[in-house]
Design a protein around this ligand. Structure first.
Ligand code: SF4
Ligand code: SF4
Ligand code: FES
Length: 286
């Protein structure tokens, strides 16, 4: 039996979305209204289990009468407002954001990045080979997960998941200021010397693959990672009585990573070290 959390009914508000009268429950974001209407808005720093951070600005839309573009992921729909998702101004802004991100960051493992770059005709190469990059080797300092900050867009999702929004461990945070700002452990120590409890909740929310399972990292390096060949089976973790929902990603009969459904009322996408990484014994049976 699935437990469905009950919420108070919300009144509907009406506004105009790309010329169509649209009704959404009060408190909905413009992004939620767009998704309900089948409109595809790019997002990177938005996370369905996290408070919006407004860090990437790839989701901007035009609100009639507003001086600046609005991030769809955090701006709430208001009665009577008029929103344009595909105006020239909004599309141009998304294009520039994608160009800046793709010129400074390795987006090769960011889902849909190539598709958006094509759709918005972004040209990251126009900044030349001298564009600012981290140019850092992936940090492989433990057997469970890898940090590759060449792929980090500084969206802060991992910081929020590790910190006050979920794990309350505060193992990773933003270090430095301005142009030198980056994600790091305290005093930049290896993860093994940090406060990390290896819950992997940071991997779960990372939108670019900057944080990844060591198993995925190794398979990508060997050229064997193939998401199309993977199956996903959602089950219940048997390590303790909490009953977390876990989704096993299996390739060639081996578990290659474990996630958790974000709409699970038990986990909201979060796990502990046992549920997240304690799967090797399944493969090691004799
Ligand atoms: S694995 Fe958990 S404790 Fe470690 S950095 Fe990630 S979120 Fe924080
Ligand atoms: S490591 Fe991932 S989740 Fe963390 S700030 Fe960078 S891109 Fe965002
Ligand atoms: S997805 Fe909206 S600001 Fe990043």
């Amino acid at each position: 039996m699935t437990a469905v959390p009950l919420r108070l009914p919300r009144r509907l508000i009406e506004f105009t979305l790309d010329g169509q009268e649209t009704r959404v429950p009060e408190g909905s974001t413009i992004l939620e209204a767009c998704r309900a209407a089948g409109k595809d808005i790019p997002t990177l720093c938005q996370g369905d289990t996290l408070t919006p951070k407004n860090a990437c600005r790839v989701c901007v839309v035009e609100v009639a009468g507003a001086r600046t573009l609005a991030p769809a992921c955090s701006r709430r729909a208001e009665a009577g407002m008029t929103v344009l998702t595909g105006s020239e101004r909004a599309r141009h802004s998304r294009k520039v954001v994608l160009e800046l991100l793709a010129s400074a960051t390795d987006l090769s493992t960011t889902p849909r990045a190539d598709e958006w770059i094509k759709e918005y005709e972004a040209k990251p190469a126009r900044f030349g080979a001298g564009a600012a990059r981290v140019n850092e080797e992936p940090k492989v300092d433990n057997d469970l997960y890898v940090r590759d900050y060449d792929k980090c867009i500084q969206c802060y999702k991992c910081v929020d998941a590790c910190g006050e929004q979920w794990q309350n461990t505060f193992a990773i945070a933003v270090a430095g200021r301005g142009f030198d700002a980056r994600i790091s452990t305290e005093h930049d120590v290896p993860l093994t010397d940090s406060a990390c409890v290896y819950c992997g909740n940071c991997i779960e929310v990372c939108p670019t693959g900057a944080l990844s399972f060591k198993s995925e990292f190794d398979m990508r390096a060997a050229g064997t990672w193939d998401e199309r060949a993977q199956t996903e089976t959602t089950t219940v973790c048997a390590y303790c009585g909490v009953g977390c929902n876990i989704t096993l990603h299996v390739q060639e009969n081996e578990i290659v990573k474990v996630t958790s459904p974000h709409d699970s009322p038990v986990t909201h996408g979060n796990l502990c070290i046992k549920g997240r990484f304690g799967f090797q014994h399944v493969q090691n049976r004799v």
